[in-house]
Design a protein around this ligand. Sequence first.
Ligand code: MN
Length: 729
Amino acid sequence: MKNINVTKEMFEEQVHSYISNKDSLALIDKAYHYAEEKHSGQFRRSGEPYFIHVLNVAYILAQLHSSPVTISAGFLHDVVEDCGVTKDEFVAEFGEEIYDIVEAVTKIGKLKFKDEKEYLAANHRKIFIAMAKDVRVIMVKLVDRLHNMRTLQYQPVEKQKKIAQETLEVYAPIAHRLGIAEIKNELEDLSFFYLDNEKYHEIAHLVENKKSERDEYVKKMIEDISETLKKHNIPFRIFGRSKHLYSIYKKMETKHKRFEEILDLLAIRIVTQTELNCYEILGYIHAAYRPIPGRLKDYIAMPKANMYQSLHTTVVGVDGRIFEVQIRTEEMDSIAEKGIAAHWSYKEGKGENHHKDQSEIVKELEWLKAFEESSIDASTYMNTVIEDVFNANIYVMTPKGRIIDLPNGSTPIDFAYRIHTEVGHQTVGALVNETLVPLNTPLKTGDVVELKTNKNSGPSEDWLKIVKTNNARNKIRAYLTKKENEQRQELIKQGENMLKEDMKRRGVDVAEYLDQKKLENIYGQFQTSNYNELMYAIGCKSLSTQAVIEKMVKFSKKELNKDTLNQILAKNKTRRKASTSKTGIIVEGVDSMKIAMASCCNPIYHDEIVGYVTKGNGIKVHRKDCPNIQNEKKRLIHVEWDENKDPSIKYETDIRIYCKDRNFLLTDLITVIAQYKATLLAVNVAVNKEDLTATANMTIVVEDIEHLNTIMANLRKVNSVLTVERVIK
Ligand code: MN
């Protein structure tokens, strides 16, 4: 294929070579004239009428034996973008099918492949294929690019480089994966020409220099082989083959070889009829020439990922020259050159025409799967394509054509956070394909997403349920947490101010009492554990400044030291002596002097109790659940509380408090006991240095079970207290 001035006659001859159906020809003719009319008055940089471009595209498609629909799409591929033809107009003339192809081609044309550094060329290929759900779209787009590359000399240098780079990274590999060697080679050589002109000419020169010499060898070799094969009556055609310049350059670069060292510079291809013929020919060639070990490749038994099939061998041929020989059937040869186009080359007959077109779409996925299964080499690539493109990923665009890839099910919010964190925070609405949609709408590949933002807006908690990407979720969480913190800081400040003001009003010295060290005594009283928590509680108004001030003043004293504690205990003990004679218990027919509380379980007024008749020591009253009397059923008698007991009668009991050790812990515990007007008789704190826990055993005097329960409940609220329990000895 070369850049030639295609005429109407050439085009028609090409089309008639494989299409004769009247309807098909009428469609192509209509597209031809429609495009000619719509593009009239438009010119390319070369000065040629624009129509020449689309005629060339249609012509190359016809060379590839594309279907009438694909050729028509080739003619029409620029009328929507460049001639302002509306969808309705287009569909009325040519129907939805061709419109869909043209629309997809247009969309791909708008992609800005090279704008974003973060996107790799491999991604672009995937995006391209994802955008082109229909293989016909890829064909039209590739051919469009091919003709643009053929006429690239009219573009400014900067643009030449940019387009050539993109062609080399995106379009040539796609052509390769589709097995269209003709297009791939031409795209590579054209890109090479514009990207590294010096090197291009250097290699072209080397090739040219050796050409006559090489041609001589090749001619000899062809004659030699032909003679051998003719003897064996095998159908074949044989010809010499030259590698394209870019592939020579790549071999020199990647294998660090000099031009002369590239083995398959002398190459011969033999095309025959059947697979069996291929192996037969290989046998005769190996018999006639010495094969180079390790160079035999059987791509017939193991086709390449792009369905390429052939036998390759390298032999020492005439005059000791090294030749690469490729052996394949006609069909394999056609697939090798035209790839996917060969698979779907349009064939007429028995009303199948239309079917063929339809199946191009339907079979596309199967075809990709065939790719996947056929080889180890490309399975990596195709696996990724299938997984990312068809299952896992969607590709959407900004109005300016920047591509954003997102996981399936992503919403405009995910999209927004990918653009920029602030854009995400400020998003208030989204237009998808120019239609306003709810923010939880899942996006689809090809969607164009435009965001509405508002500087004063921010994400809401609901968004966490809508978003699909971790990126968006993390940023929303961070925003919400930050906002919450700010509000908290604000309330802490407010609480502090409220407290200070109230202190001043009450004449309490702020400097003296609002001291973090002193305040440590009272945090536990309000189920808080530090300054900020206390101020926050005041700021939220869940705690009154009055209650806090009262405690502040009361507990500004120093922590209890041993001496003060002993003083308290001693005082309490003397007080107790005066009032122990009565128990508040009635036992029918028993003198109250003979009734006493058991010292193991220390029953308290309104505990469930039982009497135990001792031998000569009166009655001991136990709690019903005291383990010490569970096996003494015979000696138990009924006892009950005196509902009219003297209120001055109080009861001793033992409690155990298990806590995390900290400063002022004992002070806080004793404070609670004092606060509820119980008397502390004994206290004993043991600290476990290993896990930093403390166990406080206390003997206290209370009025009744309700009193005790209240005290225990309040002890549990003290900061760092883990458990509080009554003790039975
Ligand atoms: Mn075009």
